[in-house]
Design a protein around this ligand. Structure first.
Ligand code: TYD
Ligand code: MG
Length: 454
């Protein structure tokens, strides 16, 4: 029997140490080391590793760009996030909290990628369960194979037999290799399995999606370590109580990083939402107070979102401040600015803040629309129809330009808004598109008249 060898791994970053450490020297996290038994096989373990063709250094000018076409996944949102389709031979990590819909998305991709041979490997569900899910999705595909297996060597053997164009591994935490003695999901297993899959992908040109679970506090090892290995990292996020999901590109060696894809989880799978503004704007019969529309940009994609605020008299000494999907410290700052610069008595008020669709936003360009919603609720006056805002608010109440303001203005114009309120600093360098009036303000004191009068 091979000699037992132990090592300690950091659960956060995968740093390996011969003895237990309280603090990881690589990532600086405390109390993240766990013992694992590792037994490395004597010879280079996997067949694919030894079959790899030898390469020699080349001049950069002599390297021929790959003639491979990007693969069309037949899903506009996924193609967009990947940077225009899937690059053959790429390794894509799809991370997200349990239950968010990673298995659904990846099975749906395997089924809709017509013209490609796909293999969906699940270590979590039986073939029957996957079959039932496929039935629920209601997409048929003769070239899509499903396979329930957890041993990496078997999976690689089957991939070599079947020669699929795209493989999905659901999930990296459930598969293991024989060459290491620690349990599935441990740092060394995840690293070894991912490295073998990477070698396979690069030598054969097969694209592989690896699914990785992350928990809210990031305790399960995996995705963090994998981020260095893979070519593309996608994160699937959303509020479990809501039907909207965002697929976000965190890292992409073949395209823009900050692309997002928006989906809606329906009974029969995920529907791509090509125009997010449509779902994030409600249409009311009568104007309501406390509602404002902000022109936002997530990554490179502009969309308009409805901001709702409720300002009421505080019943207790300390007023409540409650923000859903938004940084509550930033909200406190905006309220303090309103108190000091506009003279609104916010210290007597409870304030609740909410975004349409349960969206989580961190865009500082939405400051102005948040302030607008608060002002509207405070005075109980509805913002005039067809107005939206885009701008950052500073501590002295000055309105600063939001990043990519021009894109926000174009999106507002495209959606038929009549007026957009932006920072006065932009006056010289913005060419307003047709059909929309751009209102420039320098200070939030100028905001109420712009919101309530024509
Ligand atoms: P799942 O893909 O299993 O999540 P993950 O792999 O990220 O853990 O999706 C789980 C949820 O999605 C589950 O609560 C049921 C729901 N769902 C739908 O709403 N519609 C569907 O068509 C499918 C297949 C799942
Ligand atoms: Mg799953």
């Amino acid at each position: 029997m091979a000699k037992q060898k132990k090592a300690y791994f950091c659960r956060e970053c995968g740093f390996e140490a011969p003895k237990w450490l309280g603090r990881c020297p690589a990532c600086g996290e405390w109390n993240t080391f766990a013992e694992e038994i590792i037994v490395k096989a004597s010879s280079a373990s996997l067949a694919v590793a030894t079959n790899a063709p030898q390469s020699t250094p080349q001049r950069v000018s002599e390297v021929k760009p790959s003639t491979h076409q990007r693969l069309d996944m037949h899903n506009a949102e996924v193609n967009r996030v990947l940077g225009g389709g899937l690059v053959p031979g790429s390794l894509v990590l799809l991370g997200g909290e349990p239950g968010i819909g990673k298995s659904t998305l990846s099975l749906q991709l395997a089924l809709t990628a017509h013209g490609l041979r796909t293999l969906y490997v699940s270590g979590e569900e039986s073939a029957e369960q996957i079959g039932m899910r496929a039935e629920r999705l209601g997409i048929g595909n003769e070239e899509c194979y499903i396979y329930s297996e957890t041993l990496l060597e078997n999976i690689l053997h089957q991939i070599e037999q079947q020669r699929p164009d795209v493989v999905v591994i659901d999930s990296i935490q459930t598969i293991f290799t024989n060459t290491i003695d620690s349990s599935a999901g441990s740092v060394s297993q995840i690293r070894e399995c991912a490295a073998s899959l990477l070698k396979y992908a690069k030598t054969t040109g097969t694209s592989i999606f690896i699914i990785g679970h992350i928990t809210k506090d990031g305790t399960i090892a995996g995705p963090k370590i994998l981020e260095h290995i893979v070519d593309v990292v996608l994160q699937f996020e959303g509020d479990g109580n809501n039907v909207y999901r965002i697929l976000r590109g965190i890292k992409n060696r073949f395209g823009a990083t900050f692309e997002i894809g928006v989906f809606e989880m329906l009974d029969n799978g995920l529907r791509a939402v090509e125009n997010p503004s449509e779902i994030l704007l409600s249409h009311y019969e009568e104007p309501l107070s406390g509602i404002a529309v902000g022109a936002s940009v997530d990554g490179v994609r502009p969309y308009l979102i409805e901001v709702q605020a409720l300002v009421t008299n505080a019943a207790y000494g300390t007023p409540q401040r409650n923000a859903t999907g938004y940084d509550s410290r930033r909200m406190s700052m905006l309220l303090a600015v309103l108190e000091k610069r506009v003279g609104m008595k916010m210290y007597q008020k409870d304030v609740f803040l909410n975004f349409a669709g349960g969206f989580r936003v961190a865009d500082t360009g939405l400051d102005l629309s948040i302030v607008a919603a608060v002002i509207s609720s405070y005075y109980d006056r509805a913002v005039l129809d067809g107005i939206c805002c885009a701008g950052e608010v500073g501590l002295s109440g000055e309105v600063r330009p939001a990043p990519r303001s021009e894109q926000r203005i174009s999106e507002a114009a495209r959606l038929g808004f009549k007026k957009i309120i932006v920072s006065g600093f932009l006056r010289k360098n913005i060419k307003a598109p047709k059909g929309i009036e751009v209102v420039y303000i320098n200070n939030i004191g100028e905001l109420p008249p712009a919101l309530f009068t024509n």
